[in-house]
Design a protein around this ligand. Structure first.
Ligand SMILES: Cc1ncc(COP(=O)(O)O)c(C=O)c1O
Length: 395
């Protein structure tokens, strides 16, 4: 073994992609003149009632380890909340509290994937979800959504054809980051039936399910799956309750899998912090008004940005997003979205995420997070317009 091998991580880890959004953002960190829309984060603070619950919990010395699967109060509140949301009981034996949506997804792939396992992901997609299975040595194949006149669409037959017998898992994020696409119920039913037939797991990233413009919740596999189905739902307090920095989430699994998830939590985080879990209880108890306000604000941001983008030359914003907080739009002639975003931030002080960060199928596109005031969106649009006018030839 050579000296360099001794200091190197596993090949699977070395092969992971680093974030191309970070590649753009890191160069501009600390620059006050940059208007950033590159990260997926609402720009409003966590509701007061949630912050006060954490403060009270700290004062009450909730500073010790708690149950691996989550403090009983939060687990029970989650089971009740999910039962109401999905219109069917979600047993306590299915639910674990985690230290974020990201953690839930990592737990899911750790529980399921062997080296060499084949998984299929619907893309363009938040890059973490495509990279996580690779940490385990799994092979990720992708089925790309299509950008059509009526928005981003899934070719169901292509996905079902890709879900061949022997495929271990499907990874799907709906509403989707970056496209705003949401999986319609009929397609969900067809996917569940197909996966049941072939014993394929469905890992559903549901972190944006409450940020949905047509209903209280986006169609979810938990609405239609039985407790014994091979369905795992990963979720988070980050987006709907404005709690990105708190690192709190949950996972719903078939009851026989929960003891395995418990071991993985034990060996990764031990448990989520108890005062953060108390904040989670307050979010579930008092958060509906915040969610309603956030969805309305996002709807305004989405429509405002859509109109503004439509007025710019060479931009095809597509149909408005069905959910989440992003517009993923095409810029005619764009062939290197990373270089474009780097120049955009350097020359115009505007921070967007390059489409290629979400997979090769995202090249030619830009992602704009519209969780922002219309005034800030307008300033961003002005900067983009000036930049495009000065540089008619995009890279
Ligand atoms: C699609 C998707 N899934 C999961 C997450 C993770 O959220 P968190 O780890 O903050 O709960 C994000 C965050 O941006 C996301 O966009």
């Amino acid at each position: 073994m050579t000296a360099s091998c001794i200091t190197q991580a596993r090949p699977e880890v070395r092969a992971l992609r680093s974030s191309k959004i970070r590649e753009v953002a890191n160069a501009a960190l600390g620059r006050q003149d940059v208007l950033p829309f590159w990260f997926g984060e609402p720009d409003e603070p966590t509701p007061e009632v949630v912050r006060q619950a954490a403060i009270a919990a700290l004062q009450a010395q909730q500073t010790f380890y708690v149950q691996t699967l989550g403090a009983p109060a939060l687990r029970e509140a989650l089971a009740r909340y999910l039962g109401g949301l999905h219109g069917r009981p979600v047993p306590l034996e299915s639910v674990a509290v985690t230290s974020s949506g990201t953690t839930s997804l990592m737990l899911a792939v750790q529980a399921l994937l062997n080296p060499g396992d084949r998984v299929v992901a619907v893309t363009p997609l938040w890059p973490n979800l495509v990279e996580m299975p690779k940490v385990l040595g799994a092979q990720v194949e992708t089925v790309s959504l299509a950008f059509t006149g009526s928005g981003w669409q899934l070719d169901l037959q292509r996905l079902l054809d890709a879900l061949t017998p022997g495929t271990r898992a499907l990874l799907v994020n709906s509403p989707n980051n970056p496209t705003g696409w949401a999986l319609p119920r009929a397609q969900q039913q067809a996917i569940l039936a197909h996966c049941r037939r072939h014993g394929i797991w469905i890992v559903s990233d549901d972190v944006y399910q409450r940020l949905y413009y047509a209903d209280r919740c986006a169609p979810s596999f938990l609405d239609i799956a039985d407790a014994q189905d091979r369905v795992i739902s990963c979720n988070s307090f980050s987006k709907a309750w404005l709690m990105t920095g708190w690192r709190l989430g949950w996972i719903v699994v078939p009851p026989p899998l929960l003891p395995e998830i418990s071991k993985l939590i034990e060996y990764s985080t031990t448990c989520a912090p108890p005062f953060v879990q108390s904040a989670g209880c307050a979010a579930l108890a008092h958060g509906e008004a915040t969610i309603a306000h956030t969805v309305e604000r996002l709807r305004r941001g989405r429509d405002h940005l859509q109109q503004g983008l439509q007025a710019l030359p060479g931009i095809r914003p597509g149909a408005p997003a069905a959910g989440a907080m992003y517009t993923f739009f095409r810029l005619e002639g764009l062939s290197d979205s990373l270089a474009f975003c780097q120049r955009l931030v350097a020359d115009a002080g505007l921070g967007l995420a390059p489409g290629v960060a979400f997979g090769p199928e995202g090249e030619g596109y830009l992602r704009w997070c519209y969780a922002s005031s219309t005034e800030r969106l307008d300033e961003g649009l002005r900067r983009l317009a000036r930049f495009l006018a000065a540089r008619p030839l995009v890279p």
